[in-house]
Design a protein around this ligand. Structure first.
Ligand SMILES: Nc1nc2c(ncn2[C@@H]2O[C@H](COP(=O)(O)OP(=O)(O)OP(=O)(O)O)[C@@H](O)[C@H]2O)c(=O)[nH]1
Ligand SMILES: [Mg+2]
Length: 211
């Protein structure tokens, strides 16, 4: 498949919020629903996340379908301002595996201003987590307010970090209007099937609008 025909999911969010964990929980669901995913992770200096995904998804996803991009610069540069490295990685991956129909791009962990170039994301998922603090939705930023989907991850540890999940969820809805918010625990998988439903529904909508 050509990159233009592949459904592209861009996953961004602050450092350590659970972007890799979300990919690792989501990919088996996508595979189970008949899709053939590829994964492209971005790290500044290493292939750390790509290696983690390969290990966690061993037996579910061929390790060669995971590519680590070493951006060498601020993560948002490589997924927003100049996506050249990611486009090259995607082209190379699709060359090797033309059957791939969904590509998941993980941005390096970044600040609240991160967004994705439309060249890399048909759907933009922004991941916050409860350990960053209850105030995070109120701090806003384009990922929080305007992403297609806001995930609030690590709901399991909210009580331990004195985050009132109800307040965090309420404030997320307040700053997003009708934008969707899904609460997850990516280590146990709670909420991740809702994420799969959301991204696949979005794919259907895009496919039907582009014929
Ligand atoms: N308790 C709990 N821990 C989680 C959850 N999701 C991720 N973690 C843990 O949080 C840490 C960071 O998760 P990652 O998935 O690496 O986060 P990330 O956003 O990909 O991190 P960077 O790519 O470095 O920005 C790891 O130790 C995960 O095991 C969750 O839902 N609950
Ligand atoms: Mg990661």
């Amino acid at each position: 498949m050509e990159l233009e025909q592949v459904y592209k999911i861009g996953i961004g969010g602050p450092v350590g919020s659970g972007k890799t964990a979300l990919i690792e929980a989501l990919v088996p669901l996508l595979v189970g629903r008949g899709h053939r995913p590829g994964v492209i992770t971005n790290d500044i200096y290493t292939q750390e996340d790509a290696q983690h995904v390969r290990r966690t998804l061993a037996g579910t996803l061929d390790a060669d379908r995971v590519v680590g991009v070493e951006t060498g610069a601020c993560p948002h540069t490589a997924v927003r301002d100049d996506p050249t490295m990611n486009l090259a990685a995607a082209a190379e991956l699709l060359d090797r595996f033309p059957d791939i129909d969904v590509l998941l791009f993980e941005s390096g962990g970044d600040n609240l201003t991160l967004t994705f170039s439309p060249a890399l994301a048909d759907v933009f998922v922004f991941v916050l987590d409860t350990a960053e603090g209850e105030k995070m939705p109120r701090k806003r930023g384009p990922g929080t307010t305007d992403s297609d989907l806001l995930v609030i991850n690590k709901i399991d540890i909210a009580p331990y970090v004195r985050t009132d999940l109800a307040v965090m969820e309420r404030d997320a809805h307040a700053v997003r209007g009708n934008g969707r918010v899904i609460l997850t625990d990516c280590l146990t998988g709670t909420g991740v099937s809702d994420v799969a439903d959301f991204v696949l529904d979005r794919r259907e909508t895009l496919c039907s609008s582009t014929g």
